[in-house]
Ligand binder design. Structure first.
Ligand SMILES: *[C@@H]1O[C@H](CO)[C@@H](O)[C@H](O)[C@H]1NC(C)=O
Ligand SMILES: *[C@@H]1O[C@H](CO)[C@@H](O)[C@H](O)[C@H]1NC(C)=O
Length: 382
């Protein structure tokens, strides 16, 4: 091969890989196929568990690409105050983290209906989960590359970071990133949520993130020591350690911050000590509030938009509502109730009401749809 052709070959190769990068970057795929060999899956589970949540090469590439893309977009946009591309409305990215069917998809479809220009949907479904229900319209083709998720280790943090990175890459108009699960339901209409998140046509230069940030909770010492005494030092002194619901709605700059972050993630992904794993290892409830409170305390609402009922919680699970509990009165209560951890939530500081609630059992779908369909006691209508 003559020497003269190699620069061309090289630049073609470079072009091809750049193209691949651009084409593949926001790649969303249909729901993952069922694993052919569940024993292999089990073995992979065991290996990952033994070494903590690893920092896999494809995750690293995803996070770097998202950070790079965001930096490039920022450099090429003159109006740095607004993250949304000119002429396009900012969007709310709904990030669903699930390990079972998205049973409430029909309810979400009603919530999304007519507002598709102002929202995007992403799903991280545990590859080992057997999703029996086919995804409805808004969820079809919106599945991001996923890895196994489990309670009591950092895999839920990793999954949330993957969702944030995929949404950052997919659409520069994504301005808020709301993490939800298959057990979450909306409490208000989309326009109500949207006007709360974007209060004026020209929103304030620094939108805040809705994330619960609590200090002084009784579980904090055990949570802090869950990986061994001093394991989080020097990055996180005990006084800076926080707790809060993993169900956040992050402003775009905080989503970028999370995806770029390495120092705290390196510590929080360490496995918990075996005797702590049962009760004190929910790293997803500590990583996000600790990181964001250290980085930008003034930029946080310090409460979550997702109501949850911890009264009479069992084994770390909140109250799960069943069909018999669902009524317009429950919805009204959930909109009002503060829902803070341990019942000492400070409702006086809340300026945006609860927009979502959990946890709802799958049999709640029919009664919730019935409420959504009766105009007066609206769930999803204006
Ligand atoms: C929360 O759960 C408790 C106990 O299960 C129940 O008594 C209470 O009514 C629930 N609160 C709401 C707002 O549903
Ligand atoms: C509730 O929040 C307000 C405003 O942030 C604060 O001034 C007050 O001290 C808080 N009360 C309690 C009991 O935490």
């Amino acid at each position: 091969m003559p020497m003269t052709s190699s620069p061309l070959a090289l630049s073609l190769l470079l072009f091809a890989s750049l193209t691949a990068l651009l084409v593949l970057a926001p790649r969303l795929s249909p729901p993952p196929p069922q694993p052919a060999d569940s024993e292999a899956g089990e073995a992979a589970h065991e290996i990952e568990k033994a070494r903590g949540v690893g920092e896999e090469a494809d995750d690293l590439r995803l996070f770097r690409r998202a950070a790079l893309e965001v930096a490039n977009a920022k450099a090429s946009s003159s109006s740095s105050s607004s993250s949304s591309p000119p002429g396009r409305p900012p969007k709310v990215a709904f990030l669903f983290l699930t390990n079972s069917d998205l049973t409430f998809a029909p309810l979400w479809e009603r919530f999304f209906a007519g507002h598709q220009a102002r929202l995007t949907v992403y799903v991280h479904a545990d590859p080992a989960a057997r999703l029996r229900l086919p995804p409805t319209r808004s969820f079809r083709g919106r599945f991001v590359a996923a890895r196994p998720t489990r309670r009591a280790d950092a895999s839920l943090i990793a999954a949330a970071r993957r969702l944030l990175a995929a949404a950052l890459l997919d659409d520069p108009a994504n301005a808020y990133f709301a993490l939800l699960s298959q057990h979450c339901v909306p409490l208000h209409s989309f326009p109500r949520l949207y006007s709360a998140l974007f209060p004026t046509p020209s929103s304030p230069p620094k939108p805040i993130s809705y994330i619960e940030v609590l200090a002084g909770e009784p579980q904090l010492p055990a949570r802090y020591a869950a990986r061994g005494e001093g394991a989080l030092l020097p990055e996180v002194p005990y006084e800076r350690f926080r707790i809060g619901s993993q169900f956040f709605a992050l402003a775009r700059r905080h989503a970028v911050l999370v995806v770029r972050e390495r120092r705290l993630w390196r510590k929080f992904r360490l496995p918990c000590l075996p005797d702590m794993a049962d009760h004190s290892c929910y790293p997803e409830e500590n990583y996000f509030p600790t990181l964001l409170d250290m980085a930008d305390p003034a930029g946080l609402a310090r409460y979550t938009l997702t109501n949850v009922n911890w009264t009479g919680s069992v084994d770390g699970h909140p109250r799960t509502y069943t069909a018999a509990d669902v009524s317009p009165a429950l919805i009204a209560d959930l909109r009002r109730a503060d829902g803070g951890r341990g019942g000492n939530g400070n409702g006086s500081s809340r300026t945006v009401p609860h927009m979502f609630a959990r946890k709802f059992a799958p049999d709640c779908l029919a009664p919730l749809l019935a409420i959504a369909d009766t105009g007066g006691r609206d769930l999803v209508q204006t």
